[in-house]
Design a protein around this ligand. Structure first.
Ligand SMILES: Nc1nc2c(ncn2[C@@H]2O[C@H](COP(=O)(O)OP(=O)(O)O)[C@@H](O)[C@H]2O)c(=O)[nH]1
Ligand SMILES: [Mg+2]
Length: 307
């Protein structure tokens, strides 16, 4: 079965009544059948649950704490298809893009992210800048070249998440899923999607502070998925004071003809250690890429063998 036939839709919601109603209407209008739709409720009190019941789609209670992350994880556990499409329930993501995501997935990708092309006045400039910076930060740390890691509309091949040991909460769930798949197979693709203005802006849960949380979670995730890299990046920070000591020694030696042997020696040692750590960090990133390529070629060979 192709990805466009074999998927479930997961909608994590918390107090999203109007947005959910419009999202469900749009999903049904675009041809997604009710039995494929799973609404995961995080304790709504605004009628969101009643909306889901009226639409006769699957409504389940969030099993895990931890905000949106707990909702998505609960949904992933009840998916009965090979693929899951996660879409926010606030009607900011046009449901018809589901067909763009699954068509792309059928080309052999484990994850397809909907890259948001915001409609005019649909996003707050600070949050937009935050999204851009966090995606750049993610790419730096994981060696990826993605354009919108934190998008709330994406498709995943369920099998790839079987080994996931979930560790993040809240709105870091997207970066955790991408980190997992980027480290496992690296088969991630992107399709452009439009992004609409929230119809109930007052019900938005994501705050600017969440951005800082996501940034630190990305570092924590790199520790889980590529600890060597993180370790050596931290170690290479020693380079900075080392270079400073070197300059300090050279300056006093050349200008004042004063020899600060101890400082000079410390500087040289720290500089060497710093460069060595940096080299090892880059090497670990390279090794991670080799590991990914090896995984892919082994998978291709196994697939060929099984034909
Ligand atoms: N199940 C569940 N869904 C949540 C929770 N917090 C937020 N959501 C949903 O996650 C989606 C994204 O939330 P939103 O505030 O729009 O964040 P943003 O779109 O990433 O800026 C919406 O559908 C929310 O209703 C939660 O604690 N549990
Ligand atoms: Mg939203």
């Amino acid at each position: 079965m192709s990805a466009c036939e074999d998927f479930n839709v997961i909608i994590p919601v918390k107090n999203e009544a109007l947005g959910l109603k419009m999202t469900l209407e749009e999903l049904l209008n675009t041809g997604v059948s009710r039995d494929k739709i799973i609404v995961v409720d995080g304790g709504s009190t605004d009628g969101s649950r009643e909306i889901a019941k009226n639409f006769k789609v699957k409504l389940i209670d969030q099993k895990y704490p931890g905000g949106k992350a707990g909702g998505v994880r609960t949904g992933l556990e009840v998916v009965e298809a090979s693929y899951a499409v996660i879409i926010d329930g606030d009607y900011t993501y046009p449901a018809s893009h589901i067909w763009d995501l699954c068509k792309k997935a059928s080309e052999g990708y484990d994850m397809v992210i909907g890259v948001r092309i915001p409609e005019p006045n649909s996003t707050n400039p600070i949050l937009r800048l935050g999204n851009w910076l966090l995606t750049k930060w993610f790419n730096l740390i994981f060696g990826t070249r993605l354009r919108d890691v934190l998008s709330g509309m994406y498709l995943i091949r369920i099998d790839t998440l079987r080994e996931a040991e979930w560790e993040t909460k809240g709105f870091s769930i997207e970066s955790e899923i991408v980190a997992h798949i980027a480290s496992l197979s690296g088969r991630i693709s992107e399709v452009p999607i439009s992004y609409r203005r929230r119809i109930e802006p007052e019900k938005k849960k994501l705050k600017v502070l969440d951005g800082f949380k996501i940034a630190t979670d990305i570092v924590k995730l790199s520790w889980s998925y590529n600890p060597v890299f993180t370790l050596f990046i931290v170690a290479s920070l020693i380079l900075i004071p080392g270079l400073f000591l070197d300059l300090y020694y050279l300056y006093h030696y050349s200008v004042n003809d004063v020899k600060y042997y101890m400082k000079g020696l410390m500087g040289v040692i720290m500089t060497l250690m710093g460069f060595q750590s940096l080299a090892l960090a880059i090497l670990s990133l390279y090794l991670k890429r080799v590991e990914l390529r090896l995984r892919r070629s082994i998978e291709v060979a196994l697939r060929r063998q099984s034909r």
